[in-house]
Design a binder for this molecule. Sequence first.
Ligand code: FHN
Length: 404
Amino acid sequence: MKSREWFQDAKFGLFIHWGVYSVLGDGEWVMNQQQIPIQTYEKIPTFFNPTQFNPAEWVKMAKDAGMKYITITSKHHDGFAMYDSKVSDYDIVERTPYGKDILKMLADECRKQGIKLFFYHSQLDWHHPDYFPRGFTGGNWTGREEKGNMNKYLDYMDAQLAELLTNYGEVGGIWFDGMWDKKDDDWRLEKTYQLIHQLQPAALVGSNHHRSPYAGEDFQMFEKDLPGHNTTGFAPEQKIGDLPKETCETINNSWGFSLKDASNKSRKELIQYLVKAAGYGSNFLLNVGPMPNGKIQPEHTELLKHMGEWTKVYGETIYGTRGGPLSAREWGVMTQRGNKIYVHILNWQDETLTLPKLGEKITSAKLFVDKTPVKFIENEFGLSLQVPKTKMNDVDTILELEVK
Ligand code: FHN
C-alpha cells in the first residue's frame, strides 16, 4: 500500500523501449510487421553493440526532467531478453557483441541516483516455441512448429521474472504487456502475481491488457489515452477502477527507435499531457526509444530538458497531488493537495472563468507563479475567477486556491 501511495505521488516517469530491433530503426514491432522469420531475426543481435550507452546519463536526464521512475523493457514481444538470463541464451550477454547486462548497469545507476526502476515484461513472445496456441500476432512466418506447451512457456516466463526480481535489487514494479494477444486464455495470473509479491512485496504489478484490473494488480494503465478515453480503440472494455493510474504516451509516434519518425510532440503538448494526466489522478509515463548506439535522440533529450525546466517551477502543483475536486473540462483540469486547489487553465481565451461550486469555501486565489492575487466571486452560480490577459500563460495558467 505504501508503494501505491508513492506511485500516486510520483506522477511522472520515463518509459524506455529498447531492444535489438533498434538496429533496424523501424520500431519494436518490426519482426511482426516485416514478417521476419526467427532464424533471420536472430542475426540482429549480432549487430547490436551500443557502445555509447551511458546509464548515468540516462538516469540524470530522467531526473532532470522531473521524472520519479524509469520503466524499461526487459523483454519485448520479440522474446529477446535485455539482461543476463540463465534460463535462456536468447539474451544481450550471450548473443550480442556488446555482451553486457544493460539492466544491471541501469539498476545500479538508478540505485545510486535514487530513482525507482520498473521492468516492462512482455507476456506475448514471438520467439519461444512453447508460446502456443498462438494469438493473433507472431503467426507461422516465425518458422515455429505448430505445437507447444503454454504451461512450459509460462514456467519460463515466471523463471525470467524471478531472475529480474532477485538479481537487480529493489524493483519498483513489473509492467506486463501482451495478454491482449489471446485475451481469453488462461495466463496463470494468480501464480505469476503471487510470485512477484512473494519475491518483492513492495513491487507493484500492472498489466496493459486493456481491460479493467485483475486481482493482484496494483495500478491500472491506459495506453495513449487519458483514463476513460478510447481514442485509440484499444480499450473498448476498459472501465476505470480505484487503483492508482498511469497513462503512457510516445514522445513521437513510436515506442521503439524509428529512424523515419519525425513527428515529435511539442513542449506544450507534452507538458499539457502531464498536467491533464495529473488532473485525471494519473501518472504520465513518457516513452523514448533509444538508438542502437545507446544514445537517446537529441531532439528527445532536448524536449525532456524543457519538461524539466517546467517541472522545476510548477512541479509543486503536480507531484503529490490528486485530481479534482472538479473532473477534467475542456478548459483544463484541477489538482489538489491539503487545503490547496490548483486550477490549470490549458485552453481558455477569456479573462473570466466560471466554475461550478467546489463544495468548499475559497479563502484566497492567486496566480501560482508570482502569487499575484486573483479576483474571484463565489455566489449561487458558482465560482468565477478573473485572470488578466497579461498574466495568461500559453502552456498552463495555474491558479492557486486556498480552501478552509
Ligand atoms: O505492442 C505493444 C507496443 O509495442 C508497446 O509496447 C505498447 C506500450 O504501451 N504496448 C503494446 C500495445 O498495446
